[in-house]
Write a protein that binds this ligand. Structure first.
Ligand code: HEC
Ligand code: HEC
Length: 255
């Protein structure tokens, strides 16, 4: 080997080491590196591992509400979104994810989930934000609305819902019962409120929400309607089982 060749050999060796030395046999590539679960800050991974099982992969067509829904993400503000993920929904299968509440996710991960759901799923082109009542019934009351009245709610039901869900809510030609005790025991008052306001557009062909019908419901009508639904929940188990707002609601048979 001439000195010239030797220099070339060294040059190639050094280049090889500088550029490729991260690939010694057995050394994991960036993608293969193990990351502690508390360090994961990738939306798809966080969502896929923690939420997709119930809310559907890609945020749709799961057993629980579609989260990849601009109308829903327009309805729930960032703070409430974070709070639901942190604390879960007591007495339902929605778990608490914050470590403080017994979950596995850090605050940074929960912030990222809420942030990315809003930015990736909340505002696709062409979606015009609409004006909706407040996410929480108590905020609605703080804004001056009255508590829900289930007797008025029965009337609201007849006008807006009976066409599909039947005269008394026990099911009609196009949609099932929404006063089934087992159904009402499984869902929180908030979940009923959410369904009444934004519908559940990915479980049926039609949307049963207040915002899309020809005559949109007022915030008060929504509260009355939710009160009517809640008043159908079996009393013994129901009210503290799934509702945080039941105390604000006057049942139809209240004296
Ligand atoms: C074991 C099933 C399950 C898992 C896992 C789960 N959820 Fe849920 N989630 C539910 C159910 C059921 C509800 C409805 C609870 C109720 O009745 O209010 C819900 C409700 C919600 C709501 C409120 C919807 C409303 O009606 O206003 C949000 C937001 C939400 N989940 C986000 C998430 C996110 C984000 C994750 C992952 C970090 C997640 N969920 C994981 C089952 C689940
Ligand atoms: C155009 C028909 C139609 C109208 C009007 C309608 N819904 Fe629905 N609703 C459906 C369909 C379809 C489903 C899917 C499940 C089924 O087939 O029962 C559904 C499901 C529901 C559910 C169950 C959601 C769940 O979590 O499983 C609730 C609660 C509900 N509707 C409430 C209402 C209320 C309250 C009104 C009146 C504001 C209303 N709906 C108006 C068609 C309708």
């Amino acid at each position: 080997m001439t000195p010239k060749h030797f220099a070339l050999f060294i040059f190639i060796l050094v280049c090889g080491l500088v550029s490729g030395c991260s690939r010694f046999p057995g050394k994991p590539s960036e993608a293969e590196k193990w990351i502690a679960s508390s360090e994961v800050l990738n939306f798809d991974q966080l969502y896929g591992q923690n939420c997709a099982g119930c809310h559907g992969s890609g945020g749709r067509f799961g057993a629980a509400r579609a989260l990849n829904d601009p109308l829903f993400l327009n309805f729930i503000d960032r703070d409430n979104l974070r709070q639901v993920i942190r604390e879960g929904v007591p007495s339902t299968s929605m778990p608490a994810f914050a470590q403080k509440f017994g979950g596995q996710l850090t605050d940074a991960q929960i912030d990222l989930l809420a942030e990315q759901m809003k930015s990736q799923w909340g505002n696709p082109e062409g979606f015009n934000p609409v004006s909706l009542p407040a996410y929480r019934q108590q905020d609605n009351i703080a804004n001056g609305a009255a508590v829900g009245d289930s007797q008025r709610g029965a009337g609201v039901y007849n006008t807006h819902c009976s066409e599909c869900h039947g005269a008394d809510g026990r099911g009609g030609k196009t949609a099932g019962s929404i006063v089934d005790p087992d159904f009402l025991k499984l869902v929180s008052d908030q979940s009923l409120r959410t369904t009444v306001i934004v519908g559940r557009r990915f479980i049926g062909k039609v949307d049963c929400s207040a915002s899309t019908s020809a005559q949109p419901m007022t915030a008060q009508e929504v509260s009355d309607l939710v009160a009517w639904l809640v008043s159908q929940r079996p009393r013994a188990l129901g009210n503290e089982a799934a509702g945080q707002s039941s105390s604000e609601i006057k049942p139809a048979n209240a004296r």
